[in-house]
Design a protein around this ligand. Structure first.
Ligand SMILES: Cc1cc2nc3c(=O)[nH]c(=O)nc-3n(C[C@H](O)[C@H](O)[C@H](O)COP(=O)(O)OP(=O)(O)OC[C@H]3O[C@@H](n4cnc5c(N)ncnc54)[C@H](O)[C@@H]3O)c2cc1C
Length: 356
């Protein structure tokens, strides 16, 4: 395949890692980004092990690890109950501030020849002529993906950073109508994300950020005095998409934004970049290869959305997982875009049905 002129719309994690892979294949790549960067996005900031493997392929995992903080597994908390599990031996996630990740990806692209970044430019459909291929990675409100049917969730997200000594796991705390996520991103910094159902939690509107901060301080009094920075909100946070795929590549949140409860958005964006570059001439093969990961991440996400909420379903989930901690460990290990719940098999799923 000769050198082609590629256009990537959006310099997020999906766009930049796709650009990097295309540059490594010898193509000429123009990236258009409407903001000026590096960009600090509202995000939980945890990359799952399967995303770390994809960064490894790009030769960036060590740099990301040094700029961020590793985590060995996940824990779920509700009331007095908690369950914790580690990823498979040798596997780790990485918590990293999005601005740092952005900077690393930008620098990696800039080291390759044939790269051009145009910042502060908002592209519109129709402005993308003159290129051999177009890769739309313009995020959740994608204008390029807009011809499909898109339903946006009503959930909202808030992120802030707390100066404290973080643990070595991503913690998920379930409350009525919202969850609070702790991700270690530095040896002295915890990234805190709140995912909120405005109706069920009673939070929302202009006071969302302060309501989330107040809830955090109320539930975690030991951290109430710790300095807080970078408070920001974002919504919507996920989409349900149906309808035919276009004849160009849609990547990351522009293709489908999973509810962040699954923690897989950035890893999925990295996977999209890999597959889009591998099938840069064949969109059908690209979308076909993404079918299984989409189904798998969607399946985990739907299960977690069903059990969230802080009521009896969350109690039931925590109770059953606490009865079968080995099953929890296998589930989080299998959360890699390849497995579905049923693939876990009876030895994993049966203990979860054990009566109390
Ligand atoms: C509260 C919250 C917590 C989350 N927590 C996690 C987590 O812990 N782990 C995880 O893996 N994922 C998490 N996610 C999901 C993750 O943030 C996204 O899946 C990921 O950022 C998607 O990357 P992207 O590159 O597809 O899109 P984006 O990061 O949104 O990038 C799209 C880029 O396109 C640009 N753009 C848009 N329109 C145009 C245009 N017309 N012209 C030019 N440029 C344009 C935008 O400015 C933006 O820079 C979370 C999300 C939220 C909301």
């Amino acid at each position: 395949m000769g050198c082609m002129k590629m256009l990537v719309i959006g310099a997020g994690i999906a766009g930049l890692n796709c650009a990097l892979r295309l540059l490594q294949q010898g193509h000429q790549v123009t990236v258009i980004e409407r903001q000026r960067g590096p960009i600090d996005r509202v995000c939980g900031e945890g990359i799952l092990p399967f995303g770390v493997d994809l960064l490894e392929e790009l030769g960036l995992a060590d740099t990301v690890r040094q700029a961020g903080f590793p985590f060995v597994g996940l824990s779920y908390h509700h009331g007095t109950r908690q369950v914790a599990g580690n990823f498979a031996p040798g596997q780790m996630g990485i918590g990293i501030e999005r601005k740092c990740l952005d900077a690393i990806l930008r620098e990696a692209c800039a080291r390759e020849s044939g790269y051009e970044l145009k910042e502060g430019v908002r592209l519109k459909p129709g402005d993308d002529v003159g290129y051999d291929r177009v890769f739309a990675a313009d995020g959740i409100n994608s204008r390029w993906g807009a011809q499909r049917q898109i339903r946006q969730s009503s959930r909202l997200g808030v992120r802030f950073r707390v100066a404290t000594c973080p643990g070595d796991r991503v913690q998920v705390h379930f409350f009525k109508g919202y969850e609070i996520y702790f991700t270690p991103t530095q040896k002295d910094t915890l990234s805190v994300a709140c995912l909120v159902d405005p109706m069920k939690s009673g939070m929302g509107g202009s006071g969302l950020q302060s309501s989330c901060l107040a809830a955090f301080r109320q539930h975690f009094p030991e951290l109430a005095e710790a300095p807080v920075t970078d408070l920001a909100a974002r919504g919507p946070i996920s989409t349900r998409v149906s309808g035919p795929h276009p004849d160009f590549h849609l990547l990351g949140d522009a293709l489908v934004a999973f509810d962040p409860i699954c923690g897989a958005g950035m890893s999925f964006a990295l996977l999209c970049g890999k597959l889009a570059a591998a099938h840069c001439q064949d969109t059908e093969a690209y979308y076909a290869d993404l079918k299984q990961p989409q189904r798998s991440i969607g399946c985990f996400t739907d299960a977690l959305l069903f059990f969230r909420g802080g009521g009896w379903r969350t109690r039931l989930m925590l109770r059953q997982l606490a009865l079968a901690p080995a099953s929890f460990t296998r589930m989080i290990t299998a959360h890699d875009g390849r497995h579905q719940f049923l693939d876990l098999g009876f030895p994993t799923l049966l203990p979860l049905l054990r009566p109390w």
